[in-house]
Each structure stands twice: as C-alpha cells, then as structure tokens.
Design a protein around this ligand. Structure first.
Ligand code: ASP
Length: 516
C-alpha cells in the first residue's frame, strides 16, 4: 500500500480512467439468458422457537398494554402463543408477536404462516384460542467459519445497517445486532464460495457514517489488501452506501482486488429479505471476480434473478423500499452476478492483480456542504455557510446547473472568501452545461465551477477529499476535474439510461432474446 501524503499529494498523473479503454463505453450485452437461481437461501430467521418457558413472567405480554393486554389476558394467551382467532374481520391463525412499546394498544400482532405479520384489531375479536406456545430466541449463534484449503480468502468488514440487523420487538425498530460471525451463522452457503474472515468495524446505521468512519474503513481496506486477501466485502447500511462507495473509490485507489459494498433493504426476519442473496453475490464477486474496483452489489431486478455490480462513483440508491434500489447513473453497470457466474456488461474495468497494492489517501475535510437548490431558495443558505467557515460548497442545480439570481451576491461572497463552489445537476443523468444560458455564464463569472457529470453526492465526497489534501484552490480544481475512478466520463451511453438497469421484465426478456 502506498500512503499518500496529506496536503501535498497531487492528483494522479495517469488517472485510472485514462488507462481504461477510453470512454467508448464498450458494452457487452449479457451473452445468455441468466439462469434462474436455486431457491433463495433464507437467513435463519431470528425468532427460532424453542420449547423453553419464558424466564421472566414480566416478559409474558411484551409490549402489550391497554385493550390489547386485556384481550390477551381474557383469553388466556400471551406473547409467543399460537392462536386461532375469530373476529368480525374473519378467521386468523398465527403466533402472537411482541409489540413495540410505542405502538397502539388496539391490536394483536400475529406472524402468519406466510411469514408476514398482521395486526388484528381487538375490538372485533369474538373468540381466541391458544393452540400452542413456543418462546423465540433472537440470538443467532456466532459460528466459526470453516477453513477449506484452496478456497479464496475473503475479508468481511461489518459497519452496520440492516444487513447486520435483527428486529428488536421491544422498540419495534431494526437495530444493528449481528456481528459478521453471526451473519455467517445465518448464511452458511458462504462457506461453499470462500474462506471468510470477519471483523466488525462499527455497528451503525449508515446515516451515522462520517469522516472518522470513512478513514477507519479506508485504512482497514488498504490493510487487508496489503495482507493479501483475495477480496473484501463491506456490510453497510443502504441509505448512504453510495456515499461510502465514492469515499472508498477516492481514498483507496487502484485496489488490487475487488472491494464490494453490500447491504440489505429488508431485515432478516422478513421472508422477502434480500440480505442472504446480496451477501452471497458480494462474496462470490470478492472471491472470484476479475473486477478490481470499489463496487456496490445489490439486487438487479425486483426478483432475485441476479445481482448487479455498480461502479462506486456512479451508483445511487434510487428507491426507498425496493430491493432493486441501486442503479448505475450516467453509465451502465459493471456486471451481473449470480451464485454461479459473473457476467461483465462492459470491457473497461480494472482487472484483479496479485501485487497486493492500492493507493491509500484518507483525506477528508468535513467543512463541505451539499446544497440542493430549489426555486425560492434564499441567499442566506449560502451566506450561512460562508459565515460558518465552510471551505467548499457543491450545488445540485436545476436543469443544466442553475440557481436563481438572488443567490448571486452570496456566490460572489463565497468566492471572495476563498470557498470552492462546484455545480452539479439534480437531473442526475447528463452534464452540467454552464455556457448555454445566461444564468450559467453569470455563475461561472462568480466563480462557480461546472463539475461535468459527477453525481452530486460524488462531487460532495470528492470536494471533501480534495480539500482534505490541499488549501490551494487551483490544485483543488485540478483534482476535482481529473477523473480518478470513473466519476467523470466523456459521454453517457443511452443504453445505460434506457436499458441496462434491470428490473423491467419486458426489457429483460427482450435483451436476452434479441441481443446475443
Ligand atoms: N437505515 C438503514 C441504513 O442505511 C437502511 C439499510 O441498511 O438498508 O443503515
């Protein structure tokens, strides 16, 4: 590993992007129909019922109060009872689940046979019969990963998020609780792919990732690459996974092996959890793929047909609840991954090397803001940042990169205060063009620098990284506008925007049938 010097390190002389087969965006469509995967591995669900009686009588009605508690008592049932209920709404069978303390007191919550949870209003219940009882234990045993000679070595670094979580029935919230070792306990299929070492770096939801975590994570990744692992998987919350993917793309450049961020949109207690498949796909990629880049690995289509690998600087979470939430923006994804194979969708990726190297440059200045412009925005938003000593501002502007005229004086103030101001576009796809309209030209005169087709979050991360290295604004500009990990491309392929995103069944069928 080569550790870059803070402050004095210039941007690389030969950025990776210039070494990649230039921006022809050579695309290679999937050669064959992706075969349907074997049945989804179910993470061993948290509530594994046992015959043990509850240790503490106070636990019997966990979270129930008021009318719901009265109802349970009246019919002689409790939490973890298997019940048969008749109510004015119909007939229900299931297991009584604990309730969140903050929930209402009007419903019993049942886990039904399909695995889904339903609420039954107590007001309409005419009869309730306990037909069984089994207490659930949530703890998944930490399992030591078996060692198989000859299999690749993968390091799983845990940072938290839903993929490392189970449901806390007391609060009703999903809390980070699984260690990476427990994750293996839940997805033993991983042992077919590799030898796995796990390390829990943090246990946070991803909104709590910040400068300290970014640096610790980058250093851990570089350390593992230098140690000679065959690939790295990072378990991470999905909400800000694309920020961290961008951070690592800049802080750990040219990694010798795959660095794969993975998460889960649905927690492991839900039948539709994507955690196990995502983890298997990510581990498969880390262990065996030729793609030595920082990537995000998550569901491609809405089904579990395959995962997609997205370049760390061109990816974004695009849906709050779909499992296929991650999309490559401004480009096409790097590859498709199933349990059995990895199919590159393009040729210009960085290849796996055996030199155990990367270039670690863990610089980050937190005094950078990302401002999402909206009509009527007052200049005082920008003034406040100037007054508070911010050193950089990335604006996500409208259309080709615009803000309203009343903000101009604040932009001028920012420039005079030596603040680096960069423009990106809210449209996400496409480039900033500040020469087309008068507004753009005016803003350039006020020192606002167009950031090509860098995604707003990526430009934010890169500016934080650049300002962490130097105070010299010309040098910052050079770093910002020199592509280092695919964050700026010469053109955006229309097939990326229109086709290669997965998730549209008709388009998928069309591609696999007609594009051989
Ligand atoms: N709120 C969670 C997080 O980002 C969501 C997830 O992991 O999917 O940490």
């Amino acid at each position: 590993m080569k550790r870059s010097e803070k402050k004095s390190r210039p941007a690389p002389a030969a950025p990776r992007s210039s070494r990649r087969a230039a921006p022809k965006t050579k695309t290679r469509p999937p050669a064959r129909k992706p075969e349907r995967q074997p049945p989804a591995p179910r993470p061993k669900p948290a509530p594994g019922p046992t015959k043990t009686p509850p240790p503490d009588a106070a636990e019997l009605y966990k979270g129930y109060r008021g009318a719901a508690l009265e109802c349970l008592k009246k019919f002689g049932a409790k939490v973890w009872s298997d019940v048969v209920i008749d109510s004015s709404r119909g007939h229900f069978e299931g297991r009584v689940l604990p309730r969140a303390e903050s929930s209402d007191d009007q419903q019993l919550v049942l886990k039904i046979a399909s695995g889904y949870n339903i609420g039954v209003s107590v007001a309409g219940i005419t009869s309730l019969k306990e037909v069984g009882y089994a207490v659930a234990h949530y703890k998944i045993p930490e399992k030591k990963f078996p060692f198989t000679k000859g299999k690749p070595l993968v390091k799983l670094l845990g940072t938290g998020g839903t993929i490392a979580s189970r449901l806390d029935y007391r609060t009703g919230a999903v809390v980070p609780a699984f260690t990476p070792g427990e994750l293996y306990g839940a997805v033993p299929e991983l042992a077919d792919i590799c030898n796995l070492e796990t390390e829990k770096l943090f246990g946070v939801f991803s909104e709590n990732m910040g400068k300290a975590e970014y640096i610790a994570l980058a250093e851990a990744v570089a350390r593992e690459i230098e140690r000679g692992v065959d690939g790295i998987v990072i378990g991470h919350g999905t909400d800000t996974m694309h920020h961290t993917a961008a951070v690592l793309s800049f802080m750990v450049r040219d990694p010798a092996v795959p660095v794969v961020l993975v998460g889960s949109q649905r927690s492991s207690d839900r039948p539709s959890s994507d955690g196990a498949w995502n983890l298997i796909h990510a581990v498969k990629t880390a262990a065996t793929s030729d793609l030595a880049e920082v990537m995000v690995c998550m569901f491609g289509p809405t089904s579990d047909l395959y995962g997609l690998l997205h370049r760390g600087t061109r990816v974004r979470k695009m849906h709050s609840s779909y499992r296929s939430t991650f999309r490559t923006i401004g480009d096409i994804p790097l590859a498709m991954v199933t349990r059995d194979r990895i199919t590159p969708l393009r040729a210009d990726y960085a290849h796996r090397r055996s030199d155990r190297r990367c270039e670690l440059n863990p610089a980050f200045d937190s005094r950078v803001a990302l401002v999402y412009y909206y009509p009527n925005m007052d200049r005082d938003i920008i003034d406040a940042l100037v007054d508070r000593g911010y050193r950089g501002i990335v604006i996500a502007g409208t259309g080709l990169g615009h803000v309203n005229k009343p903000c101009y004086p604040a932009l001028q103030r920012a420039r005079d205060a030596g603040i680096a101001v960069y423009m990106t576009v809210q449209t996400l796809w496409g480039y900033v063009h500040m020469d087309v309209y008068e507004t753009g030209r005016d803003m350039q005169r006020l020192g606002v620098i167009p950031a090509a087709n860098m995604l707003p979050e990526v430009a934010y991360v890169k500016l934080s990284w650049a300002l962490g290295q130097t105070d010299d604004l010309d040098e910052v500009k050079r770093i910002m506008l020199t592509p280092v990990a695919g964050e700026i491309t010469d053109r955006e392929p229309t097939n990326g925007y229109l086709i290669f995103q997965g998730g549209v069944p008709e388009v998928e069928a069309f591609i696999s049938e007609h594009w051989k």
